[in-house]
Design a protein around this ligand. Structure first.
Ligand code: G6P
Length: 612
């Protein structure tokens, strides 16, 4: 949450910072601000509540601010309302130090009280301001900004990526990281920091990832990095292999729609390198067949849609491996004294690789001796780096807050992992293995087929968008699919909706069904088709309007009961959610569009959730 960018070079910093912030806006969009330093004008801070465009208008796209060194921030409010004063950058009392921050300073109250006791007054309600004030306090004491930074770091607790600009240091800014993402960018005669590479990809593809506790001094011609003890660190440089067009809308009205349409290709890229001679291979996995055979249990931990991938994984992996698989919300896992040990494989799923709860769950599982395998999209992210094994989804940058292509690539990768382990464990009959692989190869083309139904889904959304309460029902894999369908819809359209295991309806939820309630009935899981049909009949009898989803083989039968049926091509059971999720994403998209919602940046949300 919150995005940080910093630039130092020979060009005007303002427009570069604003452009970077635009690409980071998905991380938070309550307010935005920049601090730029110039010889003539000194340290200038401009900030504004609201979307980045408000700030942009204030500073003429950055052109109104003089100077070629600066830091910027886009905020997802935690401490204090989203208003101008609470926006970043925050200044020290003497306005000589400006700070941008992503994360939370947990002991800020205690530090604030201490500094107030020293006569320092505060302007904002934020935790971040204590960093600026504490830093200035130590700077006054030591006269050395680096010493002051280390003293400040010694004192603060919590998670932080920080960009620090000091009026007395006109050629450099300082970057610090602990438990929040921050990378360094090496340009031609210029240098950058950013929360995410999308902010700087236009200028450079050469980056390095900061580690916890590191401090970087960023100059136009050099970036020096020091560890927590102040000793120099040699950073390994990485090269980003996608270009700026991947992070742009490319003619689509919204990133979400672009990303929905990119799914077949993204899934193709995820599958392709891992399929050889009709067998799934994971050359990147270090686990030996013996280690895989020795596994007694698999626990999947994740948040949000990644958790929903894990829910599908529970059904599919248990079926394919005949081993117990449990899927847990990372935020629950970390506080439940989990029963994992060295015989447990913990699969961590995360698009961003930075979700704080997921990261904390990973560390806890690791400390208990579990082997950690992560499925991650963002290369070099914290979760990827701290895992024993990492499988990248290769979905490319995902910008819309509501995930689509990351979900799909995570799901296919998890299924492939099931195939790979099943092959080693001998738990999948040869004939079935061959038929799943065949369907795996056909999956991207079948996803393309589903995308061809977009107009029909758009029409259905145009007649459904006025509903104020919607229920998704399904059994087994359809239940897991319903969780994602309902999340997608509520997060971008703000319609209240819930997903229920259809068999649970009669234990309470059915009392909410009345004339005209919309029920989205998912019937793609063939073994329980008849049972799902009974549930549809039950809700219809209580007045529900039903929209149903099934596969081609069951469409005719379903149409006898439900007029509005969406279909997906027939496929192997394990891939039903991969196809089924697409109509639900498109439905959510058009429902939100009809309601005039801000699809790519839904209210109160952010894409990378680096707070608890
Ligand atoms: C946020 C995003 C979701 C995402 C979840 C977990 O809530 O809006 O789309 O599923 O975080 O994020 P991760 O990056 O760990 O997959």
């Amino acid at each position: 949450m919150c995005g940080i960018v910093g630039y130092v070079g020979t060009e005007q910093a303002g427009p570069i910072l604003l452009d970077g912030l635009e690409r980071l806006e998905y991380r938070g969009y309550d307010s935005a601000g920049i601090a730029v330093l110039s010889n003539e004008k000194g340290l200038q801070v401009k900030k504004a509540k609201g979307r980045l465009k408000v700030l942009s208008a204030l500073v003429d796209g950055g052109k109104a601010v003089e100077g070629s060194i600066g830091i910027g921030h886009t905020r997802w409010a935690t401490h204090g309302q989203p208003n101008d004063v609470n926006s970043h950058p925050h200044l020290s009392e003497d306005s000589r130090i400006a700070v941008v921050h992503n994360g939370i300073i947990e002991n800020y109250v205690e530090i604030k009280e201490y500094l107030m006791g020293k006569g320092i007054s505060f302007r904002s309600e934020t935790d971040t301001e204590v960093v600026a004030q504490l830093l200035a306090y130590h700077y006054r004491q030591t006269g050395d900004i680096m010493q002051a930074v280390y003293r400040m770091l010694h004192r603060i607790e919590g998670a932080y990526a920080l960009g620090i600009l000091c009026a007395d240091m006109p050629d450099a800014f300082i970057a610090v990281r602990k438990d929040a993402p921050l990378l360094l960018g090496y340009g031609q005669g210029c240098s950058f920091i950013a929360s995410d590479v999308t902010a700087i990809i236009k200028h450079t593809r050469e980056v390095s990832y900061m580690e916890d506790g590191e401090v970087a001094v960023v100059r136009a011609d050099s970036i020096r990095v020091y560890n927590a003890l102040g000793r120099p660190v040699e950073k390994e440089h990485s090269f980003i292999d996608w270009d700026v067009s991947a992070a742009e809308k490319g003619g689509y009205a919204h990133f979400m729609f672009k990303e929905i349409m990119e799914q077949p290709e993204a899934v193709r890229k995820t599958i392709h390198p891992r399929l050889k001679d009709r067998r799934v291979v994971f050359e990147e996995l270090k686990m030996s067949p013996e280690e895989i055979r020795a596994l007694q249990r698999i626990v999947i931990v994740a948040c949000g849609s990644s958790y929903h991938v894990g829910m599908v994984g529970k059904y599919n992996l248990e079926r394919l491996l005949r081993r117990p698989v449990e899927t847990m919300l990372a935020s629950e896992f970390r506080y439940c004294d989990p029963l994992v040990d060295e015989h447990t494989l913990v699969i961590v799923i995360s698009q961003s690789g930075e979700t704080l709860d997921t990261m904390a769950a990973l560390r806890q599982a690791k400390s208990l001796g579990a082997h950690i395998l992560s499925i991650v999209n963002v290369v070099g992210s914290s979760i990827a780096r701290e895992s024993d094994e990492v499988l990248y989804t290769w979905a490319g940058p995902e910008i819309a807050v509501a995930t689509t292509k990351a979900y799909s690539t995570q799901l296919v990768l998890l299924n492939m992992l099931g195939l790979y382990f099943g092959d080693i464990l001998g738990s999948i009959p040869a004939e079935e293995y061959a038929s799943i692989v065949e369907e795996l190869q056909a999956l991207p083309a079948k996803m393309e087929e589903v995308l061809e139904n977009t107009d029909r889904i758009k029409y259905l959304a145009s007649v459904c968008f006025n509903h104020s309460s919607i229920f998704f029902i399904g059994r087994n894999l359809d239940y897991a699919l319903g969780l994602e369908g309902s999340l997608k819809l509520k997060e971008i359209s703000y319609i209240h909706c819930e997903a229920y295991a259809a068999g649970e309806l009669k234990h309470g939820t059915i009392s909410l069904i009345e004339d005209g309630t919309l029920v989205v009935a998912l019937c793609t899981y063939a073994p329980l088709f008849d049972k799902s049909l009974s549930n549809i009949v039950e809700v219809k009898a209580r007045g529900a309007d039903v929209l149903a989803l099934t596969d081609d083989s069951h469409a005719e039968e379903l149409r006898k009961t439900v007029p509005n049926v969406l279909t997906i091509p027939d496929t192997h059971t394990v891939f039903k959610p991969s196809l089924g999720v697409i109509p639900l994403q498109i439905f959510a998209y058009y429902m939100a569009l009809q309601r005039g919602c801000d699809i790519d940046k839904p209210r109160n949300l952010a894409k990378s959730v680096t707070v608890e």
